[in-house]
Design a protein around this ligand. Structure first.
Ligand SMILES: [Zn+2]
Length: 152
């Protein structure tokens, strides 16, 4: 299982001016996006990226190469990019305070011991986990929040 810390905000990119029926697409998994976020955006060493995603270095390298190849294909050949699914587990979850709108991330390790019961800013008990973007839910292997409890 690959560990993903941050989900992208947008799940679909399309070149301007090309009708949808004439458009080819590439499909990036969420762990492929995460590999580029860690290596290319955060500029971490490969070893560190692999540790964060809890996979071996060769596996990380393979995911990253696949991601970069798809991205280059889309940019150079003018294809749409669809971000969808994958085989991963979320490392943290975004919570939001209904009282003051404060948002913060809670790692699953911390949640396994104790759910956040109040906002760290205003101490209001009206806190909620933020819904996952539609392209990330369903096929994601992250734990689900159901009946007030986190489940696998
Ligand atoms: Zn608050």
């Amino acid at each position: 299982m690959r560990c993903v810390a941050q989900l992208p905000n947008v799940g679909f990119f399309k070149p301007v001016g090309i009708p949808a029926n004439a458009l080819e697409g590439v499909r990036l998994s969420l762990e492929e996006v995460e590999s580029m976020r860690l290596r290319d955006l955060e500029a971490l060493e490969q070893e560190e990226c692999a540790q964060q995603m809890r996979i071996s270095r060769p596996t990380f390298h393979r995911i990253l190469e696949s991601a970069r190849k798809k991205l280059a294909d889309a940019l150079i050949n003018g294809k749409a990019i669809q971000i969808e699914g994958g085989n991963f587990e979320l490392a943290q979850r975004l919570f939001r305070c209904s009282n003051d709108g404060h948002e913060w991330n809670v790692p699953f390790e911390a949640m396994a011991q104790k759910l956040p019961l109040s906002c760290p800013v205003c101490f209001s008990p009206n806190v909620q986990p933020m819904p996952l973007p539609p392209f990330a839910s369903g096929r994601a292997h992250g734990r689900k929040f159901r009946g007030g409890r986190w489940q696998r």
